[in-house]
Structures are given as C-alpha cells and as structure tokens.
Design a protein. Structure first.
Length: 133
C-alpha cells in the first residue's frame, strides 16, 4: 500500500493529474455516459466520483446534462478542452511509466506484467461472493 501511495503521489506531480481522475477521464473517452454508469465503471468511491465530476466540470473539462427522456439521469461527457487535456495527461503518463521502468529489462517488464495480471485475476475472484456460504 505504501508503494502504491508513493507512486500515485509521484505520478500526480509528474502527470499533473491524479490516477483516479485520469481513470475517470479515460472512461469518458468513448462518449457520453450516465454519471451512474461512470461510477460503476471506475474503481473510485461514488462520492469521490461526484466530487471529481463537479470539479472537472468547473475546470471546463466535462459537461453534465440531464437526459431528455429521464430527468433523473445525469449524462457526463468530455468537452473539447477535456479531450485535449486527456491526451496531454496520457502522454505524461507514458513518460512517467517509462521513467519508472527505466532500469527494468524487457524480461523483467514482461514478468512484472504477468504477475500483475495474476494478482488482478485473484482480486476479481475475491470480489465474488462465496458460493459455499
């Protein structure tokens, strides 16, 4: 957890965006989505998603509108400025990842990716409710 927090802090300083915000923005790359679906699509607390969306809208990166068919649904999409900044953030993320892995051999990188995939698979299994209980 300490390493994750340390990397996230360094990433935010280098890339100019938090990992959570970048994840949220990347989910909006595909177009308009309901805020509810956005909350389900990201690994961020729903209250934090709401705060991020409000702040990103205030910064001109997102646009929120009400669904014409159902006024209870809030739709979220990137603005042109949001699209532009997302591209910049992604380029900064790529540079950060290169710097982070500079001392790893190709073999070490591949092994690391395999290990992360295994851990991710295990986490997904742990999320499933026990079928024996």
């Amino acid at each position: 957890m300490h390493l994750n927090k340390h990397i996230a802090t360094r990433f935010e300083r280098c890339a100019g965006v938090s990992p959570n915000r970048l994840e949220l923005l990347c989910k909006l790359k595909g177009g308009q989505i309901s805020q509810s679906d956005l909350q389900k699509a990201v690994s961020i607390d729903p209250a934090a998603v709401t705060r991020h969306v409000q702040q990103l809208e205030a910064e001109g990166m997102l646009l929120r509108t009400r669904c014409e068919n159902d006024n209870r649904i809030t739709l979220v999409q990137l603005t042109e400025e949001g699209e532009s900044k997302l591209a910049m953030f992604k380029a900064e993320k790529d540079r950060f990842m290169e710097k982070l892995q500079v001392d790893l051999t190709e073999s070490e990188r591949l092994e690391f990716v395999q290990t992360l995939r295994k851990l991710n698979s295990q986490i997904q299994l742990m999320k499933e409710p026990s079928k024996t209980n």
